[in-house]
Structure formats: C-alpha cells, structure tokens
Design a protein around this ligand. Sequence first.
Ligand SMILES: [Zn+2]
Length: 1014
Amino acid sequence: MSASAAQLSDLTTQGGHELHPAFSPSTCDYSCYVHFDCCEVRVCPQAPDKSMQTAVNDASCFEPVKLNAGETVVTIKVTSADGANTQVYIINVTREPVPLAVTFCDVRDQMEFECPVSLNALYKPVSIHQSEPKTIISAPYIDMLMRRSKVDPFTERPLGEAWKVLESELDQRMSNAPVQCFFSYRGCKQQMRYAEIGAHAKECHYKPSSDLDSVDITETNWYRKYFASLHNLEIITDHTLEIRNWEKRLQTAFGEHDVDSLIANAEQHFRLYKKRLPNPGDMMQYDPGQSPLDDLEQAAIHYATAIKVKPHNAKLHFLLGQTLEEQYYATEMYGLKKEAQEDDQDLGQAKSAGRQEEILAICRLHGFPGTPTTENQLQALDMEIQDLKQQSQSAKADYVQTLFLWLSKKAGKVTTSNTQDGSSVVSDEKCWLYRALLKYLDACSLNADSWEYNLHVGRLLLLQGKSNEALKHLQTALSLQPCQPAIRFYTGLALLQQKEAAAASEREVELFLTQGLENVMGQFFVSHDHKEREQWDTGYDWSVVNAQFLRGCLSLAALLSKNSPSDQALSPEQVYHIVSGLAAQGISRCVNAGEVLQQLEWVLLDAHFSLLQGLILQERNSKQPWIVKRCQALTSLIRLSSIGPCRELLDLQEKVCQMGVLAVPRCSRALCLLGLAQLDQSDSHAAAERGQAALANACLSFRASIELEGSHQTGEPPEQLTKQAWWKDHLDAENNKKVKHEAPEPKPAVESPEGSADGKKLVRGRGAPARGVTTSTAKTSAPTRVNRTATAAKHTPQAAQGRTGRHLVAKSDGAGKTAGKSSIKAQTSPCKSRQEHSPLQDKPVTSAVEVGKQDNDSTVSTALNEKSYLPRLGLARALARNADSQKQACHFYREVIDVAPEVHDAYIELANLLLKDDPLAAVDVYSRFPLKPVCEQTFDDAFITGEIVHILMKHELYEHPQLLPNLIAHGKVMGLALEGKFMTSLLRRVYAGIHDKSVDNEELQDFFRFKCWI
Ligand SMILES: [Zn+2]
C-alpha cells in the first residue's frame, strides 16, 4: 500500500442499510434508502491502513448522522497516510416519506412547508427555476404533474433547461421544525422535530390500539334484533352459482388435476406479477407473454381450472375473485390493457384517438370550439345526427350514432349526473370488478359463514349502489368477527348510504369509520415483519388507490365537522389532510390515466376544496396569502387533472377561482385564473346567454389582471371586477348576512325610490345600509347565479338545501338505472360516489392549526403583481371568439409574443386568425418564432415550420425566402414526406439541405435523376 493512496477498503452503515450500487473502492457516489422511522445513520468507513484518516461530514469521530425528513447527503473523506491525497465519497440517504399528514406547531411553518399538491408537509422539496412567486412542490408530485405537460404547473410557462432546483436548505429547516404527534387528539402532548415524528409514533402510547371492543357491535340495535338470539339474518341476494362463459374460457391450465399444485402455480404467477409491475416513469414495453398482466391472467387461469376440479371449494372462488379485482386495478392503474380479444367494443388507443378527433370536428361544426365538455360533445353529436337524418343521409347518421354511443359509454366513467341513458349501455360482465363480485358471491353462497367472503361481497355491492344488500352482508360479517376494523369501516359506509335511518345511525357510522381510519393510522407505525407487511400490502380494503376507502374517509370528515366532535376525536381538518396526502400518493402510483386515476383525482380535489373552505371560514387577514396559495394550487390541479372537462369540474374551477379573487381582489394572478375559468365556462355554454355573460366576465377579469401588473395588492377592488354579476351577488350576500347579524333596531326606513315601491322590501331592509336593501331583495327573488357561488351557497340555507335535493334526485336516478342488471362501472364513476359525499360538505371545517398566533396584516400589502403572458393569452383567446373583436385579439397575441416569445400557442392562434385574409402575415408571425438550431428542435417547433411550409405551398409561393429553410428544418425533425407536383429544383435543394450535402453532390445527382427530379 503506497503512503499516498487515498481509497477506502469498505463502506458500510450500522443497521445494514444497503448502498446502491454495492461498494467498490473506485466508486464515489452512493444512494441509500431507509424507513421513515430511521432518524440517524452511523456510517462506518474502513481504510486499508490505520495511518489513513477518515472523516464523516467533517467530524473525525463517527457520530451518527442525523437525517433530514427527505434527503441527507453524507460525505466521507479519506486522507492518505502521507496526508498528500484525499478522496471524498458521498452517500445520498433518502428516507421514505412519513405516510400521514403532520401538523406543525407553528402555523407559519404549516403554511410555509405545505406541499401545494398533497397539502401535507413537503417531501424532498423541489422548486422551479425562476418561478415567481417561487413554486415549491414535493419531488414525487412534481414528476406526476409533469407527466401530462411540461410547463410550470402554476404559471403554465414552458420550462427551460435545468428547471428543477433541489431545496435542501428548506428540507433541513423543515426537518428541525417542531410538530405535534399524530395522536395529539388522543392526548399525546409531546412535541418533536419533524424528522423524529416517525420514530415517536412507533413508540407513542396514545397510538390507537388494534384491539377493538366487541361491545360496540353487540350493543347495536341491529345486532340485538338479528344476531343476539337467532344468529341469522336473511339475505336476499339474487345469485345462483354457475360457471359463466368467461370463466370457462379461463379453465385452460394444461394437464393439471391436482388442486394444490394449481393453487401453488397461481400463487407463483401472482408473485411474479407483483414483481414485474412498472413504477411510475418506467417504459411499459413488454415482449408478448411477458407483461405483468400475463402473469395475472395465468394466476386467474390456474384458479379457474382448480374450480373446475373442485367446484364446491368456496376458497377457490374467493381467490379467483381477488385475482379478478387485481386485474381491474392492473388495467386501470398501469394501462396494462391487453389488445381486445373478447371485447370488441374496446378500441385500440389509436382508433379511439381518431374517434375523438372526429367528434371534436363535429363539435366545431356546431359551435363548440376548443375542448367542449362531454355534455356539449354529446349535444353536438346529437345535432349532427338530426341534421343528417333530415338530409336523408342515414348511413352517415348511423355512424355518428355509433360515435354518440361510444362517447356516452366512455363518459359514463367521467360523469353520470348529466349523461344520457347511453351510459347504461356499459355491459357489466366485461368489467373486472363485476366479475370479482360474482366470484365473491359464489364463494359466499358456498360458505355463508365466512366473514371474509361477506366483507368483500359487501364492499363491492356498495360500489354497485346496492347498499341494502351490502349492509346485510357486512352485518353478517360483523356478527362473525365483531372486531375486524375493515368490516366496521365498510359497515359504516353502508349505513351512511341507507336511505332511511341514516340520521339515527350517524353515531354508529362515525364510530365505525373512525375505527377504520385509526386502524390504518396505527398500522403505519407497527413494526411489521416482512411477511406481515406483504399481507398488509395485498387486498384493497385500505389501499391508497382504492377511492372507495378514501371517499369513506371524506365522509367521516364531513360527519365530524357537522357534529362538532369531542376533544378526543379526530378533527375534520386532520382527516382531510390525511385523505389529501393518501390520495396524492395513490395518484402518483398510477402510471396510466384511467378510471382509478380519475376517481383519486376527484378525491384529492374534494379534500382540497373542503380544506380551502375551512381556511376561508377562519376569516383572518393573515390567512389571505395562504388562501390565495391554496386556490392557485387547486386551480392548477383542476387544470392538469386527467378528468375530462365536465360541468361539475368547470363549476368547481370557477368557484375556487372566485374564492381566490375574494381573498385578494387585486391579485393579478388570481384574476387571471378566474378569467381562464370563466373562459372555460363560456366555451361549455357557447351558444347560450350564460356563455356570453361568462365570456364578457372573462374579458373583464383578464383586463383587470393586466392593468394591475406592477401595482400593489392592497386597495379597492378593480372596477372590472365590481362590474361582474357574481361579485355583486357576493357583496349582497355579505350585506344580507350583516343585516341578519346586527339585530335590526326598528328605525324609520330610508326613503328611497326603489324601496318605496314594494312594502315587503321596506320591512326587510330596515336598519340596513340603503344599498344593501334594494339589491339583496332583488336577488332573492331572482335565483340566477347566486346558487353557483360557493360563498352564497354556504350562507343561504335554501341554496344548500337545493344542492342536497339535487343530489338525492341524482342518486335515485342512478339506482333506477342500475336496478336490473346493475352496473358497477357506472356506480364507481367518480362523480357518482362524489355526490354521496357532498351533501355534508358545505359545513365549515374548524382548524386544528388555530394556535393563537398573532395575525399580521402587513403580509398582503408588500406583494407586487408580476407581469405575465397568461392574462394576455387569455384575453386574446376571449376576444378571438367574436368576429368583431378579432382585431383586438391580434393585438394581445402580439403582446404575448413580446412578453413570452417561447409560447408556441400564441403564434399558432394569431397566425390562424390572420390566415384567411392575409396568409403572408401569418407566415410573418410564424417566422418570428425564435427557433433553436435545427438539431434541437422539438415536435412543437416542427409544427411551426410545418405551418410555414404548408401556407407557402398552398399559395404556390415557392420562391418565398422562408420556404426553403423551413422545409429543411421541418424535414429534419419530421422526416421528408413530400409529393411531387411542385418545383423540382426546390425539391433538390430541400433534399440536399436535409442531408447536409450540396445540391451538386454526385451521389445526390444520381439520386435526383433516379427520382426524375432533373
Ligand atoms: Zn405521541
């Protein structure tokens, strides 16, 4: 060993945390993953020679390194024996995230460290380079948002190179901030550093016990009635045990008659499937027969074959059911759909994209521009069908009819409240979940005394909306196993969905749902051995991708806020935070934009919205920036969600944007977002009066947003805002509230011309400021927009009742539709289950973070409005909708190009406006785009070059100076696909340009001759 050598001979950690890659003296960078309850790591470097010096994080003694909540960099320095050389090794230690929402002791920490997506503490915080105000998001969620579009989720600005900035300093500060125990509501008074909460929770004495008391069950009325004496509950489930056709197709495992080996084979395939599942970001390309779904199908085949051998073995039916349920999640979450073999309605992706294109074309034809809502798409198709029928084009009409059916079937997943009966076209037996239910029912009919079979039957029946039957199965399960938390939780859900007696059993519901959630909370902090953990991971009772479970928790939160719980209960706010955190985790696990993802997105949006409402109700000035932040985050989530534009989503978006503007009326960004929401609304009501009003409002909001750039956020609301109807309505509602609050002293009424016209108005208006008098009464008689604004709905009991009523109607509609052969698919649709929750949602949420911090009014006033291209783009789009304001639109498109020259859309939309009258002006616009060198151009860039080429060639302007360079650029990115017909000399120059050769090149000359270009 030379005295100048400076390399380690080994590097390990105490506790055996594995290094990646495995240690080798010449490799200097390692990563290491540890459990969330691991607070410190002791690194043990070994030098080959005792006279060599080693140091960990610059300390010579090897103290354990305290870990941050997210990532911690450990540096190990080794110095050669002669002191001449040193070598640094780095271990990047990553802790898995704490699975539950934490509460910081200081409300300012809570606000600063809140991840805008999960509304939980940031995890591995990352900021976007040059974002203003600075956008900081947890690393896993920023990747999730970027999956859909490569823009800053908050400013929608295209991202430059190296946009991701690690915020290690923030991570460290956050790790040291004091937090409360998760179980403080149960009496734990301990406070600790955020980095230590995982370890504390494992040891905390206040952790909910997993031993539940069977008295909770045996004392209930229904137990006394049905089970205490008879131990029997008559279940009328219309079900016969039979082998269905799709099962017969599965019974193909080759040459096996031994049930045990069939089961062993099935289990083996199931394990293989789990192992092969893709992670988010993985490429999903598998060779034929090698996809995880193939393994899963093999598992199903082996169980099905085993059933053929022993048809009366209940367990086999149950295991097949579980496999089928897994197939549902696999296809939805990972997009592992096999090419349709038995399902001819299931189109390939390309074909379905083609159909969507056709539908959008028809929409444009009937006056729905952009991406209209599903309702409008269906409307346009319907109009087209009628038109075609009138023109006696029955073949075409039939084709459009198939588009209509296809879309409404697809829409059944997105929205059920407004779609036509087409959604009931969904054929049940093709849905994996429905098949799973059938198998659970089979198992149950063979062995009615299994709590497990009853639980799963009940759970899936609930999804079908058959809450009566579901309840009976779940109660039977409870009578067999009274302390099983999952049965309790789903029984709670079933009770909640009972049409009658829901109010009477509310306390029971609250107890069961709480016990279920607490069980989950406790399980996170139990030291599982590996096998137990695996068991915990299978099954969907408590899975973060099971929207039914998460919706149940939302219902619990709504119940808790309604009943203002005792001190020893979970606060609704904590539950909402837990749900938003779990839903965000679930969403980030979905590789594919399917039904599961959409349901989880709805859960996340709902949790966000409830928390936002709670924050607003606190009415503290210091909360305003927080409200604005949450509004903007929620708006971005809505805009980036994979849920197709449906009315419910557009209404939510508008409502949230209004809340943002109400919080800080002079915030430029908030106004711009409101404008975007109003523009979306106007697109979905394009022809109607409401659409025109929304368009006018959108223009006002954008103009206000632009005008306020560079000015402070304090002061009077901008004039363009006070002109809008919803703003006036809000003021009226506020005034109304004041009138009610300040007990009206009988004062002589102010004589005003409006007031005297109607005696009733006079009475109502007494004691109120004159302005409030007239307007408020006028509005109550005209139920126009009032119901739509969140604040109004919150404060007017009628409006709230109206909502509840509407939901009940929607609910019974759904039940009617599915009365015969019930459709799980329709019932699992996100909107449906959402509505069951929302009647309770308007109740205020009180904050747990309310810890008497001093309000600081000055936070808002210092903020300056930044200049942005977004309101200009929005305004340009709004103005372009009407023929007579298109000139103005062009002006604002040009401003967008000045402010943000890299935004493709502005060029494209402006050029499209100019194209008809002045194609060369359009070419000029495109030509201004700052194209990068050809080798760095993207497909978006190629669109621009392609358009230039297209316009010039269409007008046969072959000598235009822009044609040649753009043809070459376009050809390089997209490949050359030109047909003859135009000048061959141009073609020669293009071809030569693409291949970086001179036109005179000999090889090329030969080629040109061959092509007859010479
Ligand atoms: Zn504790």
